[in-house]
Design a binder for this molecule. Structure first.
Ligand SMILES: [Zn+2]
Length: 419
């Protein structure tokens, strides 16, 4: 009985979420279309009409692709669960492997492989049709498949030991397994964050120290002003894959560094680079990175505890279309079902993350305005929005729900007020 209730809840949440997401997407598209004819007054001198129209068309194309993906993902999700995909997979795998750890690992691996194959057409289309059409794709097919192979290898080298340890704890560590698994998971995450800039990122890109003399001097002065011992500022060959430009902060402890895409660096003047860097330093100085990590750790503890509860409930399996096995461990199956079902129920909370992120962006902008020049950050932002064809006129509700960064005009108004 409870299993039927759970199935009904699952499908209802899935449908409600889908309808809501479609509605947001259609609002977004309508809003952009109705603003497509003219550049907003605030940007009229800085952005051409052609460029504004391109940004509108690009954003609409991406939103439409997103809608198709939502539909396909929902069908795949139902296929795996209520239509019996996982059940079928599990029954056939256990015949091949027997009921031990081999079965559990191969269930997770096969599930990941099938998901990857189903996702492939979208990844391909997005890169070689959509991005290509708007002039952003710089990737060759060779590089595309090389990236895929490296990612698969990383998933094996890093992912398999991780799930092996967690599955072993689930099986053998008693009722508090989720606490130990969480501690291990956090240690693992910290290790990945530490090795990411020096081991993982270089598998995909080249990095070299930023060496422009004028920029260097500005950066050194800025670091002194904000009292930050800046060690690594790197340039990355982002142009190898995409025309989009960006800057980001990565690593922690001794390995923390700021990375500029070469595509962005080419377009910005030294004073603008300084302002963007000040924004990134703001994230660090205002402890945004630590706060984000603390939230992530707390959430993962909650999710592990929930998984600990659900994995022992028969209705959790049967409600999602799977008969738990009597003679084999069901832990890997519980993990998969949990990962599939969780987003359906937590979608309503997604604006909370976006709100916090936008608050941090405002704070980092204000920090940059205090320590450098707000006008420099504004011109840098306009160039970044323009070059990336980010729409200047998103639907406000769509933006409130999804966007990790405030829309250009809101952000610039804040900066103007700070001047
Ligand atoms: Zn930021």
């Amino acid at each position: 009985m409870i299993s039927v209730v759970f199935s009904v809840l699952f499908v209802s949440f899935l449908l409600l979420t889908l309808v809501f997401q479609f509605w947001l997407a259609s609002r977004h598209i309508r809003h952009i279309l109705s603003n497509r004819v003219a550049v907003p007054a605030q940007f009229a001198e800085k952005i051409s009409l052609a460029s504004h129209k391109k940004a509108a068309d690009y954003t609409i194309a991406k939103t439409k692709l997103g809608v198709v993906m939502l539909m396909v993902n929902a069908v795949v999700l139902l296929g795996f669960t209520l239509f019996g995909g996982l059940q079928w997979l599990s029954v056939h795998l256990v015949k091949l492997t027997g009921p031990g750890m081999g079965y559990q690992i191969s269930l997770l691996a096969t599930f990941a492989l099938i998901s990857g194959v189903l996702e492939f057409p979208f990844t391909y289309y997005s890169q070689f049709v959509l991005e290509e059409k708007f002039g952003f794709n710089k990737m060759t097919l060779g590089l595309f498949f090389r990236d895929m192979a490296v990612n698969a290898l990383l998933a094996c080298v890093l992912g398999l030991p991780l799930v092996w340890v967690i599955l072993t704890l689930m099986e053998k560590a008693g009722s508090l397994w989720w606490l130990y698994a969480w501690a291990f998971f956090i240690a693992f995450q910290m290790l990945i964050m530490m090795i990411f800039p020096v081991v993982i990122a270089p598998l995909f890109n080249k990095f070299w120290p930023l060496d422009n003399a004028e920029v260097r001097e500005r950066i050194e002065n800025l670091s002194k002003r904000v009292n930050f011992a800046l060690k690594g500022i790197f340039v990355m060959d982002g142009s190898k894959r995409s025309g989009h430009g960006n800057a980001y902060f990565s690593g922690f402890g001794g390995a923390k560094r700021i990375v500029f895409y070469d595509t962005l660096l080419e377009r910005l003047a030294p004073n603008e680079i300084e302002a963007v860097l000040a924004h990134e330093l703001g994230h660090f100085k205002l402890k945004h990175i630590i706060k984000r990590m603390a939230v992530m750790f707390a959430l993962s503890l909650g999710f592990m505890a929930m998984l600990g509860f659900f994995k022992d409930q028969v209705w959790f399996y049967t409600g999602l279309g799977v008969d738990p096995m009597l003679l084999a461990q069901n832990d890997a199956m519980a993990m998969i079902l949990f990962m599939l079902a969780l987003p359906v129920f937590t979608f309503v909370f997604s604006p909370l993350g976006a709100i916090t992120s936008r608050k941090h962006e405002f704070e980092a902008d204000a920090f940059a305005a205090r320590h450098t020049n707000a006008a420099d950050l504004i011109t840098a932002l306009v160039k970044m929005y323009d070059d990336n064809s980010s729409t200047l006129t998103p639907d406000p509700l769509h933006s409130a729900f999804y966007d990790s960064h405030p829309s250009a005009s809101v952000r610039i108004n804040h900066l103007l007020a700070a001047q």
